[in-house]
Design a protein around this ligand. Structure first.
Ligand SMILES: [Fe+2]
Length: 291
């Protein structure tokens, strides 16, 4: 117990379910406890919250500025129909997210984390996977840690969605209308990053990372594929099985996450509020001056 909160660890080296609190009604003291729990566990699941989108955004904004307010991640079209056409831009975005990643590493400032709620859950639950990049780094031998500390990589949605075959439809001028396809310099980030709250080192990798400085593209791709696969090994991974009303918050500076494939003929809608990273610690190496 922590105050009125009760903590139930999940079966992983991170993550907890939190009971005994209504997120819509928390005071500053309870938020302070939750903020400490997030630093400790990196993934907090609050079952049965059923918050409104305003309440979700308000809770997320307690952690910091919002990169964007609640946005639907869904295969339900505005007219209510269910999108299962793999060529639809929305479906491409959903499918691309099945690769392990940190959010917004392709932006000048990567995200602090996110608050996500589940409104419509398909029969197979469409679980979301989380993987602990602090545990991964700490599991490496000293020589590998030292080698990785010296590496940087570019991060881009053009790369990750292009490689997986899920780039959205191009506009007439050759650009893309969807979030994250910016024309700024491609962010360059270290492969090992010190977490600003814990002071401990974490791998910073995932599907957006490519072109390690000083390596040939093919060599870099093979190196990162192997590192991603190893880092997201079973003992460092937890899959959350969604229930309607769940509210989840995670620390994007420590965890990677991924969507999982589900039967797209069934509707699903979750709401994602993205919490902006602090530019003083989350800006890309080549975006520090302007962020
Ligand atoms: Fe994501």
């Amino acid at each position: 117990m922590a105050g009125g909160l009760s903590i139930e660890r999940v079966d992983a080296c991170f993550g907890a379910h939190v009971h005994g609190v209504s997120i819509a009604e928390i005071d500053a003291g309870t938020f302070g406890e939750i903020r400490e729990l997030l630093t400790e566990y990196a993934l907090l699941v609050f079952p049965g919250q059923h918050v409104t989108l305003d309440q979700q955004n308000h809770f997320a904004a307690r952690f910091g500025h919002l990169e964007f307010p609640a946005a639907a991640i869904t295969n339900i079209a505005p007219d209510g129909s269910v999108l299962d056409d793999q060529s639809h831009d929305t479906v491409k975005s959903i499918r691309g997210n099945e690769g392990w990643h940190h959010d917004s590493t392709y932006m000048p400032v990567q995200a602090f984390g996110a608050v996500v709620t589940a409104e419509v859950v398909p029969p197979d639950r469409a679980p979301t996977g989380f993987a602990d990049m602090r545990a991964a780094f700490e599991a490496l031998d000293v020589a590998a840690q030292e080698r990785l500390r010296a590496m940087t990589a570019k991060h881009s949605l053009y790369y990750s969605q292009g490689r997986s075959g899920y780039l959205p439809t191009q506009r007439d001028d050759g650009t893309y209308a969807m979030y994250g396809y910016h024309d700024k310099e491609t962010p360059v980030r270290p492969l090992v990053k010190v977490h600003p709250d814990t002071g401990r080192e974490n791998l910073l990798i995932g599907r957006h990372a490519h072109e390690i400085a000083g390596m040939e593209s093919a060599e870099s791709e093979a190196f990162l594929d192997e590192l991603n696969d190893w880092a997201c090994g079973d003992d460092r991974v937890h899959y959350h099985q969604w229930e309607v009303g769940d509210l989840v918050v995670w620390d994007n500076r420590r965890l990677m996450h991924r969507a999982t494939e589900f039967d797209l003929t069934n509707p699903r809608r979750i709401w994602h509020t993205r919490i902006a990273g602090d530019p003083s610690t989350e800006a890309a190496d080549n975006h520090r001056a302007v962020s």
